[in-house]
Design a binder for this molecule. Structure first.
Ligand code: PLP
Length: 348
């Protein structure tokens, strides 16, 4: 059986929760500069925001080294993952992605009439690029790669991935979801964006929900071949769902390098603390290059969640590869201490 996200027990009232470690958010954001820009822009709320959105596209084009027609904007990257799936799979076909991986694009592809070819990660938790390439057939419309991957937090070798995208995109488009890449050791140096600049049929998505701490403000973008983006835009327009204040906040956040560095440092600190704790408990998590950690638990996911929710700590549980897992997002140090106290009581 392949990975399937299961429905967790009802999450307790979030206002009473001591540690909110469930959605891979950023507890340190948004940046003060972004919040101020957002508030100021509210007073332009009577106008459509096309001109400020175009300014942001120009800014992103410079940042990514691509041209503006290689960029599509959306209220979060989910919007772009889903739009791409809706357009590509309206006449069926299959999508190849890792088992387990982030399911939003795959779920929409399936709902639209497509099917999923799941390829298990390698023993060291990377995408099995050889097996993914071998799985391509006449019905394959897209290869989807999440790098770093969710829910495993693991990263695939940059050079191998670059070579794969470069070659395979001659046959079918390759979609690389880089939601967490800023948090990985080399940061955006490992991005596939340069392949888009070269004109390859590669999609890359980024989000402001993670390092920028703007999950509730909704902003993301997709880079891609200009013809592929035009084909998607023809059916479902990018950018229309984004609010003006969010555009102002995103632009300000891109300029606030001090804040972005601070977030990275704090995530490193929370990750090191949690890894050391798990190690002391004799638990071996997967290596993490993101703002979350996944580790095996020797009990059923729903029983585990019930116990940890009782302690006002919210996390996720998953089951794949015949193993139960807990995925904990990295919060503030105070939240991580609530988490480790809870684990100490539950997993003795
Ligand atoms: N891609 C991955 C791998 C994610 O984990 C998430 C959210 O957790 C998203 C995309 C969607 O994020 P958003 O729609 O907030 O940009």
């Amino acid at each position: 059986p392949v990975f399937d996200e299961f429905t967790p027990p009802k999450i307790p009232d979030l206002s009473t929760v001591k540690a909110r470690l469930v959605w891979n958010e950023n507890p340190h954001g948004p940046s003060k500069m972004a919040a101020e820009a957002f508030q100021k822009a509210v007073w332009d709320g009577n106008h459509y925001s096309w001109s400020t959105l175009n300014d942001l596209v120009e800014k992103i084009a410079v940042f990514e080294g691509v041209s503006p027609d290689q960029i599509m904007m959306g209220p979060g990257s989910s919007d772009l993952l889903e739009k791409t799936a809706l357009v590509l799979f309206q006449d069926g076909g299959n999508v190849i992605s890792a088992d387990p991986s982030y399911m939003s694009l795959v779920s929409v592809a399936k709902a639209a009439g497509g099917s999923w070819k799941a390829i298990k990660l390698t023993d060291d938790y990377q995408h099995d690029l050889d097996a993914m390439e071998a799985a391509i057939d006449a019905d394959t419309k897209l290869v989807y790669i999440t790098n770093p991957n969710n829910p495993t937090a693991t990263i695939t070798n940059t050079e191998k991935l670059k070579d794969f995208c470069s070659r395979v995109s001659e046959r079918v488009p390759v979609f690389v979801d880089e939601a967490y890449l800023e948090l990985a050791p080399g940061g955006l140096e490992g991005s596939m964006a340069p392949l888009v600049a070269e004109g390859k049929n590669v999609f890359v998505t980024r989000t402001f929900s993670k390092i920028h701490g703007m999950a509730g403000l909704r902003m993301g973008y997709m880079l891609g071949h200009k013809d592929s983006l035009a084909a998607i835009n023809e059916i479902t327009r990018g950018g229309m769902g984004i609010s003006g204040p969010t555009i102002a906040a995103a632009s300000a956040s891109m300029d606030d390098s001090e804040y972005l560095e601070m977030c990275k440092t704090k995530f490193d600190e929370a990750r090191n603390y949690t890894m050391a704790f798990l190690d002391k408990k004799g638990i071996t998590p997967m290596p993490s290059t993101t703002n979350f950690i996944i580790f095996p638990i020797e009990m059923e996911g729903d029983a585990f969640l019930e116990q940890i929710y009782e302690r006002k700590v919210v996390v996720r549980a998953f089951k794949f590869w015949d193993q139960n897992w807990c995925r904990v997002s990295l919060g503030t140090m105070e939240e991580m201490k609530h988490f480790t106290d809870a684990i100490d009581e539950i997993l003795v």
